[in-house]
Design a protein. Structure first.
Ligand code: MG
Length: 252
C-alpha cells in the first residue's frame, strides 16, 4: 500500500501526511442503506410515470443532492428541468419510501473502524450528501459519542453538493481548518470519490455496492478496498504508513 500513499504525495506536491482527521461518507460506508435508497428512488420514479430508470442507476447518482438527480431524469425523459413544486413532490415521496424501507443496518466493520480512528487520536468527521432524517437522527444512537453537530456536514450545509469539492472542503474546515494532507476520506460512491479527490484529499474507496472497482478508481480513488471489514483489518497499517512517511520527512 505504501506506493499509493507516496504517489498521492507526489501528485499533490505534499512532503508528507500529518493526519488529524478521517472524513466518513455515511450511506454505503457507515450504513448498508444503498439498496434501500435505490429501490425507493426506482419506485418513486415509476409512480411518477418515468420509464427509463433502473435501480442500478441510483448507485451512480449516489451523493448527488436529490434535486439534481431529479433534474437529470426530467431532462432525459421530458427535456426540461423539474419545477420547484415537482422536486418537492418527488423528493418527499422518495423520503417517505426510504423511511419505510430503510432497515437502519449498520455496515459490518463500521463501528470498529470509527473506534480505531478515535483510539489513534484522530477526529472522525461525517461528510454526507444526505438530508434523510431517518438516518441522521440515529447516528448518535448507533455510533455513540463519535460525531457532534460541529463534526458533521450534511445536505443542510452545502450549496453545490458532491461531486463538487465543497462538502469535503467544509469537512476539512470542521475538522479544525485542516489542509488536505491532514485527512483521509472513506467513500463508496463515484461522485463522493470525485468530490474528495477534487478537494485534494487521499481517498480510500470501499466497494460495498454493485459497481466494479474500476469505476471507483476512475472517479479518483487512491486506494480501493472491498469492504469496511477489510478497512478495519488494514487501518493500523495505513496509519503506520502515513506516520512513517511523516517521520522520514521530518527525520524523527
Ligand atoms: Mg455513500
Amino acid at each position: 500500500m505504501v506506493k499509493q500513499f507516496k504517489k498521492y504525495l507526489q501528485t499533490h506536491r505534499y512532503p508528507n501526511f500529518d493526519l488529524r482527521a478521517v472524513l466518513f461518507d455515511m450511506d454505503g460506508v457507515l450504513y448498508d442503506s444503498m439498496p434501500n435508497h435505490a429501490c425507493s428512488w426506482q419506485q418513486t420514479m415509476e409512480e411518477f410515470g418515468f420509464k427509463t430508470t433502473k435501480p442500478e442507476e441510483f448507485y451512480l447518482h449516489e451523493g448527488r443532492p436529490g434535486k439534481f438527480t431529479i433534474n437529470i431524469i426530467f431532462q432525459r425523459e421530458l427535456g426540461r428541468d423539474a419545477t420547484d413544486e415537482e422536486i418537492e413532490k418527488v423528493y418527499s415521496r422518495k423520503t417517505e419510501l426510504f423511511s419505510q424501507y430503510n432497515s437502519g443496518k449498520i455496515m459490518p466493520g463500521a463501528r470498529e473502524v470509527l473506534e480505531m480512528v478515535k483510539s489513534y487520536g484522530l477526529l472522525p468527521v461525517l461528510v454526507t450528501g444526505s438530508g434523510q432524517p431517518s438516518l441522521l437522527g440515529k447516528l448518535d444512537e448507533d455510533f455513540p459519542g463519535i460525531f457532534t453537530p460541529d463534526t458533521m456536514v450534511t445536505a443542510f450545509d452545502v450549496k453545490f453538493g458532491k461531486p463538487h469539492p465543497e462538502p469535503f472542503l467544509i469537512g476539512l474546515k470542521k475538522g479544525g481548518n485542516l489542509q488536505p494532507n491532514q485527512a483521509i476520506v472513506i467513500e463508496n460512491a463515484p461522485l463522493g470519490i470525485e468530490s474528495a479527490h477534487k478537494a485534494g484529499i487521499f481517498v480510500i474507496a470501499v466497494d460495498t455496492g454493485p459497481l466494479p472497482d474500476s469505476v471507483l478508481k476512475e472517479a479518483g480513488a487512491d486506494l480501493v478496498l472491498d469492504s469496511m471489514i477489510t478497512l478495519k483489518e488494514k487501518l493500523s497499517d495505513i496509519f503506520s504508513i502515513t506516520q512513517s512517511i511523516y517521520n522520514e520527512v521530518n527525520r524523527i
